[in-house]
Ligand binder design. Structure first.
Ligand SMILES: [Zn+2]
Length: 597
């Protein structure tokens, strides 16, 4: 995250993570690190650890972890630049004036500001078309028919893109070069080839559509969603991704919802623009729309800065219930408290509000069941009169339960499910309980119990590869020898820690930086790495490294032996048997010499 030489890097070097976190959490020294009660989950015994040397924190209970900036970002729910300022202020580090940008950055910044300005003009243009142009009357009538009055249209900046095909283009052409116009996604280029090789002419991307401006977090219009009038296809058309618009980074209406999200500490998540507008008009300002059924991870992160409680009110009829459930699962994984509002009569929020009114909607919102209750409801609709039916219902639910990051919560839900589905058979109960306890990459309460899948040899090697200089006369030499040995024989292939080894090996020439390594890894691997790093350090000598590498070598030999045994057992030709036997002898010898080490 922190680039070398940047202000962030300087703050990170000077800031003391123990001091900064110590302002939020009461920390006690314990061995070489500090522990305290985790501020990110409820607990009575401390499982939150801060490492003063590696400058990282990690919770063995809920699995959060990172560097000092990540801590401030997550706790204060702020952006990276804001976290840098906070840390700098807490540590008394002077904040410099904005630094000079490189010519390239300046060009990109200029392009972005020009695109934002262009979108502002386009939004004004579309709104004027809706309210003033003769052609906009149809669109206006259509919106009125959907229950929006002039005031609402103005409030949400709605507009109309005329059918002419170059109305917006004519507005913008005099001010912006063609290249920028194309980059904006507001105009397209005719694909038909023309003789001079210049490509076709430019035309408006949106024609005869109702326009919904899509704003970024700070309220600047950065894209548009266009809804077709009548039967034009596609029904919805959005701006393409541009230098200012990344679909997965934007939630519709977030700019207007921010305050209400913080105040109410929950979000209503709906699918489309019209739904968000309808809910907001009903006086529930803390509504955002994903604009599509599947929610992307960056959108979840964005929302998580304001609240971690979500009531999902998707249109039950839309295609992709599976996609919906996938994104809800992602929310669960990120430890959001997820509730589901399924409106009666399979209505979407817009329709329901129009027919039943805001009061009825609020009431249902308040009663929205937790996501797992909703799923249990669905499981109960399955045929549970037979044993197979019951197993099917359980198998439908278990993946969701297993995704809950908290073990206690998982076991609670397992009990609930057993009673709700009337699972009396002890065997089923037991498998349910076991499934709830097992979780890939699960975090255990105590470091020494961490992931049986990660063998001591792997742990020690990882510790040696991260070990900062100073402990050994030639720490760097040792790290390089270990890395080259692992690479030469692909000793890490197929290990639980394969990705961690890969990251460590590619960075072996640099000074080890635990936080940076963690940030480059997938969350599950980051957790494993931090758990290993908070464990007491290995005895970093070439002898102990060699014996760990021996364990990994032996694993490969064992694997190949098993494979050869399998091939012999299927009865190949005589010549093949002889070849396999010879190889088996070699491997047995290798196995023996590795055991003698
Ligand atoms: Zn925690």
């Amino acid at each position: 995250m922190a680039e070398a030489g940047s202000f962030a890097e300087r703050v990170k070097q000077q800031a003391d993570i123990v001091r900064v976190i110590g302002e939020y959490v009461r920390l006690k020294k314990s061995g070489q690190s500090f522990t305290g009660l985790c501020p990110f989950h409820q607990e009575k015994t401390p499982s939150f650890n801060v490492h003063p040397v590696r400058q990282i924190y990690h919770c063995f209970g809920c699995g959060v972890g990172g560097d000092v900036f990540k801590f401030v970002m997550e706790l204060d729910k702020c952006t990276f630049p804001e976290a840098i300022r906070t840390v700098a202020e807490k540590c008394g580090i002077a904040i410099p004036k904005p630094r000079e940008h490189s010519p390239e950055e300046r060009r990109e910044n200029q392009q972005r500001s020009a695109l934002v300005e262009m979108h502002r003009e386009a939004a004004t243009f579309f709104a004027r078309q809706l309210h003033e142009a003769p052609e906009g009357k149809v669109a206006f009538a259509y919106l009125e028919d959907r229950g929006l009055d002039r005031e609402a249209m103005k409030r949400f900046g709605l507009g109309f893109a005329p059918s002419a095909g170059d109305a917006l283009l004519r507005q913008l052409k005099s001010k912006y070069p063609e290249k920028l116009l194309e980059a904006s996604g507001l105009v397209s280029r005719d694909q038909a080839r023309v003789p001079d090789g210049q490509g076709g002419h430019l035309y408006d991307r949106f024609r005869r559509r109702i326009m919904f401006p899509i704003a970024n977090e700070s309220g600047k219009v950065i894209a548009f969603g266009g809804r077709a009038m009548g039967d034009d296809m596609p029904k919805y058309m959005n701006s393409p991704e541009t230098p200012i618009y990344l679909k997965s980074n934007v939630l519709y209406h977030l700019d207007r919802a921010k305050e209400a999200l913080r105040q109410n500490d929950f979000a209503v998540l709906v699918e489309g623009y019209m739904d968000a507008i309808a809910v907001a008009r009903a006086g529930i300002a803390n509504v955002v729309a994903s604009c599509g059924t599947s929610l992307a991870e960056p959108q979840i992160k964005l929302l998580g800065r304001f609240t971690r409680r979500v009531i999902v009110n998707y249109d039950p009829d839309t295609a992709g219930q599976a996609a919906t459930e996938r994104s809800l699962t992602l929310l669960l994984e990120k430890e959001f408290d997820v509730r589901v509002l399924a409106l009666p009569g399979r209505a979407d929020p817009d329709k329901f509000l129009k027919e039943q009114g805001a009061e009825a909607y609020r009431k249902l919102l308040a009663q929205a069941p937790p996501y797992l209750d909703y799923l249990i409801g669905r499981a109960r609709q399955m045929d549970r009169t037979t044993a197979t039916g019951k197993v099917a219902a359980l198998n439908f639910l278990m993946p969701y339960v297993q995704r809950l990051p908290d073990r206690l919560l998982r076991s609670e839900w397992a009990t609930r499910i057993a009673s709700e589905l009337r699972v009396d058979e002890p065997v089923l109960r037991e498998s349910l309980r076991r499934a709830a306890n097992e979780r890939r990459g699960e975090v255990k309460a105590k470091p020494e119990l961490v992931g049986p899948a990660v063998k001591p040899a792997e742990r020690q090697l990882i510790q040696m590869l991260v070990e900062a200089e100073g402990r050994l006369p030639d720490g760097q030499g040792l790290r390089e020898r270990i890395a080259s040995e692992i690479v030469a024989h692909s000793l890490h292939r197929g290990l639980e820690t394969e990705k961690i080894f890969e990251a460590l090996i590619t960075k072996v020439g640099e000074r080890p930086d635990a936080a940076a390594l963690g940030a480059a890894l997938e969350e599950r691997d980051r957790r494993t790495l931090f758990e290993i790093l908070f464990d007491s350090s290995a005895d970093a000598t070439w002898e102990s490294a060699e014996s760990c590498l021996g364990v990994l070598r032996k694993r490969l030999v064992d694997q190949e032996l098993a494979e050869i045994q399998r091939q012999i057992s299927v009865g190949p030709s005589m010549g093949e048997i002889l070849r396999l036997q010879r190889r088996k002898q070699e491997l047995l010898q290798a196995q023996k010499s590795l055991e003698d080490l």
